[in-house]
Ligand binder design. Structure first.
Ligand code: PLP
Length: 429
C-alpha cells in the first residue's frame, strides 16, 4: 500500500497540530506507525488520500451505525442547510429530537442537547452534585467519559483512598472527589458505598465498557449498582455514548433491563455531526437552567443541521429487525475471527454485545479491566498493522471496542475474516 500523500499530510499536520491530530487516538501512538488521512467514506468503507480502501470497524468511533454517507442522512442535512446553519433561537427539530429520544429511551423523561459526549458527562455530574448537595462521584477503571477534569482521575493506592489526576492540569483538590472502582467487582462497590455512600452524589459507568476493549457487565452487576444507588440516594448515570442505540434500540439499559436516573449520549445521535445529550428523570432534569438553578448552556446546542442528521439516522435504526441483523453480523464476525485465530494457533477470545465487539489476545474470557490490560498488546499491534495492510481498519489501540454498521454485509464480514486468517499467521510469525 502506498501512503505517500498521507505521510506528506501528517508531516504538515505535525508542525501545527499537537501530535498532528485533533484527538490523540488518531495519531496511532499506541500501535505505532502513522495514520492515514481520509478523503471520503461510503457505506462500510473509508478511502484515504492515496486511493487505498479500508473496511472500517471504527465508524467514526460510533456514530456511523447506518454506514458512512447514508443517502437519507445526507439528504436530511442538505435540506436543513437550505434553511441556514445555526439560529441561536429555538427550532422545531430540537423538539422533535427530544420527543424521539424520550420515546426510544423511556428513562429519559426530559433531555438537554449538547455538542459532545464530554459536555454531556460533565453536565450530568454537575446535575448529580447540584441535586444531591454532595460532591463525591464514583467511576470505574477502564471507563472513559470524555476529558472533563473529574474523569481524568485514577484510584490512589488502596481502594478507598482519594483519586489522583491522570493528566497534568487536573487540580488534586478536584480529583480527590472522584472515587474509582474496579468494573464488574460486586464487593468493591458494596464496600465503598458502606463507607462513603452518603457522600456520593453520582455513580457514572459505561454499562458495557467500550474504552478498555469491550467488556460486558457480569450478570446482575448493573442491577447491583442500581440497588446501591437507590439505597444511598446516589444518582446512577449510564454513559451510553457508545452503547446508546447500538447494543439495542433503547441502549444498554433496555438490553439489561436496568433503569438509570440519568443517561448521557454522544456522537451517535448526531449521525456524524458534533452532538451529545443528557437526559433522565423529570424531577432531576427540571433542576437544569432555566427551569431550575443548575447552570448549563451551549451556543450551538440543538443545532438544526445536527438535529436533522441525527433524526434521519434515528429513523433508520428504528426499522424492524435493525439491531437483530447487526447483532447477528457482529456474532458472525467474532466467530470467524476466533476460528481464524485458532487455525493459526494464536490465543484469541472475543466479546460482543449487539453491534459492539472486542478482540483480546488471550485464552481467557475477559471480564475485568485487569484482564484486559494483561492481554498481549504487542500481538494486537502486529495484528492491527497486518489487517490495515489488507484493507481492514480496526481501532488503532488494543483498548477500544469495534463497531459494525448496517453496511457491513456478509461479503464484507467474510472478506474481513479472510484478511484475519492471514493477519493471525503474521502474528504467529
Ligand atoms: N463517554 C464515552 C463512553 C465515550 O466513549 C466518549 C468518547 O469516546 C465520551 C464519553 C466523550 O465523548 P466526546 O469525545 O464526544 O467528547
Amino acid at each position: 500500500m502506498n501512503h505517500d500523500q498521507s505521510h506528506a499530510l501528517f508531516t504538515r499536520a505535525q508542525k501545527l497540530l499537537p501530535g498532528g491530530v485533533n484527538s490523540p487516538v488518531r495519531a496511532f501512538k499506541s500501535v505505532g506507525g502513522e495514520p492515514f488521512f481520509v478523503q471520503r467514506a461510503d457505506g462500510a468503507y473509508l478511502y484515504d488520500v492515496d486511493g487505498n480502501r479500508y473496511i472500517d470497524y471504527v465508524g467514526s468511533w460510533g456514530p456511523m451505525i447506518v454506514g458512512h454517507n447514508h443517502t437519507a442522512v445526507r439528504q436530511a442535512v442538505k435540506q436543513a442547510i437550505g434553511n441556514g446553519l445555526s439560529f441561536g433561537a429555538p427550532c422545531e427539530a430540537e423538539v422533535t429530537m427530544a420527543e424521539t429520544l424520550t420515546r426510544l429511551v423511556p428513562s429519559c423523561e426530559m433531555v438537554r442537547m449538547v455538542n459532545s459526549g464530554t459536555e454531556a458527562t460533565l453536565s450530568a455530574i454537575r446535575l448529580a452534585r447540584g441535586a444531591t448537595g454532595r460532591s463525591r462521584i464514583v467511576k470505574f477503571e477502564g471507563c472513559y467519559h470524555g476529558h472533563g477534569d473529574s474523569f481524568l482521575v485514577k484510584a490512589g493506592s488502596g481502594m478507598l483512598t482519594l483519586g489522583v489526576p491522570t493528566s497534568p492540569g487536573v487540580p488534586a483538590g478536584l480529583s480527590e472527589l472522584t472515587l474509582t472502582l474496579p468494573y464488574n467487582d460486586f464487593e468493591a462497590a458494596t464496600t465503598l458505598f458502606a463507607e462513603q455512600g452518603e457522600h456520593i452524589a453520582g455513580l457514572i459507568i459505561e454499562p458495557v465498557v467500550g474504552n478498555a476493549n469491550c467488556i460486558p457487565p457480569r450478570e446482575g452487576y448493573l442491577q447491583h449498582l442500581r440497588a446501591l444507588c437507590t439505597q444511598y440516594g446516589t444518582v446512577l448515570i449510564f454513559d451510553e455514548v457508545m452503547t446508546g442505540f447500538r447494543v439495542a434500540l433503547g441502549g444498554a439499559q433496555a438490553h439489561y433491563g436496568v433503569t438509570p436516573d440519568l443517561t448521557t449520549f454522544g456522537k451517535i445521535i448526531g449521525g456524524g455531526m458534533p452532538v451529545g445529550a443528557y437526559g433522565g428523570r423529570r424531577e432531576l432534569m427540571s433542576q437544569i437552567s432555566p427551569a431550575g438553578p443548575i447552570y448549563q448552556a451551549g451556543t450551538l446546542s440543538g443545532n438544526p443541521v445536527a438535529m436533522a442528521a441525527g433524526l434521519a439516522m434515528l429513523e433508520l435504526v428504528q426499522e424492524p429487525g435493525f439491531h437483530d441483523r447487526l447483532g447477528a453480523a457482529a456474532a458472525r464476525l467474532c466467530a470467524g475471527l476466533e476460528a481464524a485465530a485458532a487455525e493459526a494457533g494464536v490465543a484469541v477470545t472475543t466479546t460482543q454485545v449487539g453491534a459492539m465487539f472486542g478482540l483480546f489476545f488471550t485464552d481467557q474470557k475477559v471480564e475485568t479491566y485487569a484482564q484486559a490490560t494483561a492481554c498481549d498488546i504487542t500481538a494486537f499491534n502486529t495484528f492491527f498493522h497486518a489487517m490495515l495492510e489488507r484493507g481492514v481498519f480496526l481501532a488503532p489501540s488494543a483498548y477500544e471496542a469495534g463497531f459494525l454498521s448496517s453496511a457491513h454485509d456478509d461479503s464484507i464480514i467474510d472478506a474481513t475474516i479472510e484478511a484475519a486468517r492471514e493477519a493471525f499467521k503474521v502474528v504467529k510469525g
